[in-house]
Write a protein that binds this ligand. Structure first.
Ligand SMILES: Nc1ncnc2c1ncn2[C@@H]1O[C@H](COP(=O)(O)OP(=O)(O)OP(=O)(O)O)[C@@H](O)[C@H]1O
Length: 598
């Protein structure tokens, strides 16, 4: 996913307000507290001004001693309020971070598998963490700083003008120049920030892919190549960061320097305007020592937020880039969703009757359909094997049944109902599906088996494991069903993983079971035994068994032979052997291979 500003600054600003909507009370409380801080910040210099002017006429220790505690109390109140405002506003940033992470994760769960084939996990993780972090900073630091700047300019500047217009204007004369600089650098900063985030995503992608495929890297002795590839991307990130740092390091000191110039201007021109005669009428344009001190204190209050404009801007722009990157995820929509009038299937009423009627499916961007005019009917309780050469469309067919792929209306029916008119949830509940890659979570065997329904009892888990022919092996694991598997536990063999995944599907006791080459790492004899058991008994399910293992497929009630997206043969093993054609040649080849191996 390349970074492309999906929206203008205005709509990004509206997005930000949208993030804040649920926390508006706390945000407003934070801003009101900040308002209090600024009002006190304006008031305290006035007390100091009056105090200094009074003392100048007639020095009085009692008066001085009364003034100090007052300023101290007010300054302490201001300090407490400042702390409170920071806690409130930074807290909002943290809450928005929480909301966003939750929203992104929940949204990702709604997207169909094709989305994850198009976008890398590393990039998605980066957007859900680093980009969300940038938005938190924007809503914490940048909001606090922007509001602070707004109040400082709104209150402090008028007070300065009231004290002395000429000196105040001279002090802030450099500010327009500063704003001009900020605007000048703003686009460059945003583009450079986008480059950094993108390079960061590429780095996460590479780490994620390499660590997942670490075995492959070692087998092919590609450590050096991967090291070089990492260096290239890491270097790209370094260059992007250095470029950004260069721009920031040019802008920030410039802003800080210019902001301090206002203090120098005041000192240079203000000192000459001070009049020490407190009794005589003040000459026009002159000011008392107290007013001069207040003016300096005010100017200082302005310097800080103005000098911070650069940081605020970066935080804001970083956040803007990240808003775009996060919105790209949130705007992605799945085409596979419930129709407005979708039916909820009652699992008890589903027998397992499937019908495809000229089912055709073309992957986005593909030149030819992966499924072409596929028609069949599968009766309740029937065991149907689907065989065919590599890439003939078998997995596509398996994915279409539970609507993991977007099937057009009027082509696929369950119990005579168009699957596009059934809610996804109820459709998927009646189809147990074991994919080619058997994924296990890093938890115990028991939790893996009862993933579809964590409340199932140990007896039920065991019965499913027995049907999947893995129970006896589980008993040999260190803690039997409590053994941890995956990253935090033992590593299962390919065949053990497949049979654990099968047990997980069997536990769901769904009327339809799809096995997509799900026993490829299990020996032929065991695979045949499993399939035989599944197709026997009174509680027969509709079983769709996709496999390259023809000896196991041979025991199915019916075999569908696929080639180039079409069903080109259908019948029992004996019928198909007698018929000749593709099935016969596949069978002969496998039989010959088995003879050669033995
Ligand atoms: N996500 C996808 N995007 C585009 N094309 C795809 C996608 N998945 C599969 N295909 C293409 O669709 C065709 C059918 O693939 P499919 O995986 O269904 O075949 P298969 O019979 O299951 O193969 P195998 O026996 O190797 O598992 C192939 O040409 C494949 O390249």
């Amino acid at each position: 996913m390349a970074y492309s500003p999906a929206s203008g600054s205005y709509s990004r600003f509206r997005k930000l307000l949208g993030y804040l909507r649920t926390h508006r009370t706390v945000t407003i409380a934070g801003i009101v507290t900040l308002l209090g801080v600024n009002l006190l910040g304006v008031y305290i210099p006035l007390i100091i001004r009056d105090g200094v002017d009074e003392l100048q006429g007639d020095f009085n220790l009692d008066r001085l001693l009364a003034l100090v505690p007052l300023v101290l109390v007010l300054a302490s109140v201001m300090w407490v309020m400042r702390m409170t405002s920071r806690m409130l506003i930074f807290g909002v940033g943290r809450r928005v971070e929480f909301d966003l992470k939750q929203t992104i994760f929940e949204h990702l769960l709604t997207l169909d598998p094709a989305y994850f084939a198009r976008n890398t996990i590393g990039d998605l993780i980066n957007r859900s963490t680093s980009d969300v972090d940038n938005i938190r900073r924007l809503l914490g630091f940048a909001v606090l700083s922007l509001v602070n700047t707004f109040f400082a300019y709104g209150f402090t500047l008028p007070m300065m003008l009231l004290i002395n217009v000429r000196l105040s204007l001279m002090a802030i004369a450099v500010y327009p120049l500063m704003l001009f600089m900020v605007m000048l650098f703003s686009d460059r900063l945003r583009v450079q920030q986008g480059d950094v985030q993108e390079a960061l995503s590429h780095l996460s992608e590479l780490v994620q892919e390499d660590l997942s495929g670490i075995g492959l890297i070692k087998i092919y002795a590609q450590e050096d190549n991967e090291r070089r590839a990492f260096r290239v991307i890491n270097d790209r990130l370094l260059q992007a960061n250095l470029k950004l740092a260069k721009t920031r390091n040019m802008l920030f000191p410039l802003l800080e320097g210019l902001a301090s110039v206002s203090l120098l201007v005041l000192l240079a021109f203000g000192a000459g305007s001070i009049t020490l005669e407190s009794t005589a009428p003040m000459p026009a344009g002159s000011l008392t020592v107290g007013s001069f001190i207040a003016l300096i204190l005010y100017a200082e209050r302005m310097v800080f937020p103005t000098a911070l404009l650069g940081f605020t801007l970066t935080a804001y722009q970083r956040g803007e880039v990240s808003i775009d990157r996060i919105e790209t995820i949130l705007l992605a929509e799945t085409k596979i969703r419930d129709a407005a009038d979708a039916l909820v299937l009652d699992p008890a009423e589903v027998q397992g009757w499937l019908k495809a009627d000229h089912l055709t499916l073309t992957y986005p961007g593909a030149a030819t359909p992966a499924l072409q005019e596929v028609s069949f009917q599968i009766a309740p309780g029937e065991t149907v094997a689907i065989v065919g050469p590599i890439g003939s469309g078998k997995s596509t067919l398996a994915n279409v049944l539970p609507r993991l792929l977007n099937v057009a209306p009027g082509q696929l029916f369950l119990e005579g109902i168009d699957v596009t008119r059934i809610t996804l949830d109820s459709l998927r509940r009646v189809i147990a599906y074991v994919p080619q890659e058997s994924f296990l979570f890093s938890t115990t065997i028991r939790e893996n088996v009862r993933y579809g329904d964590p409340l199932r009892s140990q007896d039920e888990v065991q019965a499913a494991a027995q049907a999947a022919q893995i129970h006896l092996e589980i008993l040999n694991f260190p803690q039997t069903y409590d053994t941890l598997v995956g990253e935090r536990g033992i590593t299962l063999s390919g065949g053990q993983r497949q049979r654990t995944a099968l047990a997980r599907a069997l536990l769901m006791d769904a009327p339809i079971l799809i096995l997509d080459d799900a026993l490829s790492s299990v020996d032929n004899q065991t695979a045949t035994a499993i399939l035989h058991n599944l197709s026997q008994g009174s509680q027969r399910k509709t079983v769709i068994f996709i496999s390259h293992q023809l000896s196991a497929a041979a025991i199915a009630d019916r075999i569908l032979v696929m080639d180039q997206g079409r069903i080109i043969q259908a019948g029992s093993h004996q019928d198909l052997l007698a018929e000749g054609g593709l099935y016969r040649s596949l069978w002969d080849r496998q039989t010959l291979e088995a003879v050669v191996r033995s």
